[in-house]
Design a protein around this ligand. Structure first.
Ligand SMILES: Cc1ncc(COP(=O)(O)O)c(C=O)c1O
Length: 480
């Protein structure tokens, strides 16, 4: 598939490029747009004549700009066809994979990791951060609780969601998982009990277990949280922490509603247990719906205590590796002490990028959600069409479909699908206690054409499994 970008569109995008000298400014503006995905990988650029007219510059300016772009690996000339954009490292490195079918020869479709490519606009934030970095090089560069401007941006995002928060209640970490490990390290010791959702995000369960704690499962079914069961579990086990993922829970995709949060918060407060709330997916509402109040707001209103972990990973891009903890003032010292035994802070550059993105994320997030919504709808239609005996609820946000199979064969199916080139996580991955062989998680984080192809392959694997009746057991590492 070849796309074409018109001279008028390029002229609008490069707008007032630096003209000293003009060819270099134009080349740089085009490079930034390609690197950021706003001009797609593999697109045909306008001819030199067309762009010369549209920009009202000399032909030499455009000729030299295209040559500079080619020299830096962001364009290639194809004889008789024109100049096409590219990204150093090839198509698999291109930021906008939705519009770019994989042509890198890799046969495997990886649906094991529920994480999407960066939406357009993330690359530009790196460029803005680069311009700010020199101002920080004169200092030592250690910010164990975070760069003050990023703490402020994160605190403001909670205030906007209805949860009053001071910047000094925020600690920046290298992702939500690292944040979870800091909280577990500060708050628990050997033998302490922690209640965690089952099925749940397995890496969080691993992080919560680092201090030889004992995990107690609170089960969740396809329809959501069993609040009476969770309240009973909390009463009986008197846990130090209760870990919950109320926003598009991983892996079920369930969203806890305000009245459920209120009931949950009352159970936590009456047991004097601290809630550890993982909000990694909270920004991914795909129906333009109003989101419930943050769980911490309900817990605090009930007189209880909540520590929240958040992240830019699912909201923007996993490669940024920036997350955070939001905690009551009184916990910050202990959390900081615990953190200092693990690391001394997040790189300044990435914090500057995150601060840029979080100060004004609306446009980038809208594009990200729109892309995810389209992919979710493609996945839902494909599974309904090709695997009609599978059951699922369509989540109103998040990144994945949690499918119930008519028979307990998820692990074996995952192996069969892998042998045919599609990798995904079977249900048992999400439960330290075992079980969930009737479930699989299929994320919608890949481009639509890959999702269609993946579901066809999984359907073939499913039919072949049914025909042969064989079972196998995989061992797999999961990251997201
Ligand atoms: C619920 C949940 N929390 C945390 C993470 C990890 O986030 P981060 O990349 O910020 O460490 C994930 C990743 O899948 C997740 O699903």
């Amino acid at each position: 598939m070849t796309r074409y970008i018109s001279a008028t569109a390029v002229a609008t995008l490069v707008d007032d490029f630096d003209r000293s000298p003009a060819y270099a400014g134009l080349a740089e503006a085009l490079r930034a747009l390609i690197a950021d995905g706003r001009i797609a990988h593999g697109a045909r650029l306008p001819s030199e004549r067309e762009l010369t007219d549209a920009l009202a510059v000399s032909r030499t300016t455009v000729t030299r700009a295209y040559a500079a772009l080619r020299d830096r690996g962001y364009a290639e000339a194809r004889r008789g066809a024109g100049t096409f954009t590219r990204v150093p490292g090839g198509p698999s490195r291109a930021p906008d994979r939705v519009l770019t079918p994989r042509t890198d020869g890799s046969a495997l479709i990886d649906l094991n990791c529920a994480a999407a490519p960066a939406p357009p606009g993330v690359g530009a934030a790196y460029e803005s951060a680069m311009a700010e970095l020199p101002g920080y090089l004169v200092d030592h560069g250690y910010y164990p609780v975070g760069l003050p401007e990023l703490q402020r941006a994160i605190a403001a995002s909670y205030v906007a969601r209805g949860l009053p928060t001071d910047p000094d209640q925020i600690m920046v970490t290298p992702g939500a998982l690292a944040a979870t490990a800091v909280v577990a390290s500060a708050m628990t010791g050997p033998g302490d009990r922690i209640v965690a959702e089952v099925p749940g995000y397995p890496n969080a369960a691993g992080a919560l277990g680092v201090r030889s704690t004992r995990l107690v499962g609170a089960s969740l079914d396809v329809d959501g949280w069993d609040l009476a069961g969770i309240a009973a579990t909390i009463r009986q086990s008197a846990p130090r922490l209760v870990h919950t993922i109320p926003d598009f829970q991983n892996p079920t995709g369930n969203l806890m509603l305000d009245d459920q949060r209120e009931e949950y918060a009352a159970a936590l407060a009456s047991a004097r247990t601290v809630a550890l709330v993982d909000e990694a997916h909270q920004a991914l509402a795909l129906e333009d719906q109003r989101m419930p109040l943050p769980m911490a707001a309900h817990v605090e209103a009930a007189g209880g205590e909540a520590i929240t972990v958040g992240s830019t990973s699912k909201m923007l891009w996993g490669g940024l590796r920036v997350g955070w903890i939001r905690a009551p003032h009184a916990r910050m010292d202990a959390l900081t002490q615990a953190r200092l035994t693990l690391d001394l802070g997040v790189p300044v550059f990435e914090q500057l990028v995150a601060a840029h993105l979080l100060r004004d994320p609306a446009d980038i997030l809208a594009a990200h959600r729109e892309r995810l919504r389209r992919q979710r709808d493609v996945l839902v239609a494909a599974v309904a069409r090709e695997l009609p005996e599978w059951r699922f609820r369509t989540p109103a946000g998040g990144l994945a479909l949690w499918c119930e199979l008519p028979r307990a064969e998820a692990s074996s199916l995952a192996l069969e699908a892998e042998s045919r080139g599609v990798v995904f996580a079977p249900g048992p991955v999400f439960s330290a206690e075992g079980g969930y062989e009737r479930f699989v998680r299929i994320p919608w984080t890949r481009p639509a054409d890959e999702l269609e192809q993946a579901v066809s392959t999984i359907a073939e694997a499913w039919s072949s499994e049914q025909a042969s009746g064989t079972r196998r057991t995989p061992e797999r590492v999961m990251v997201a």
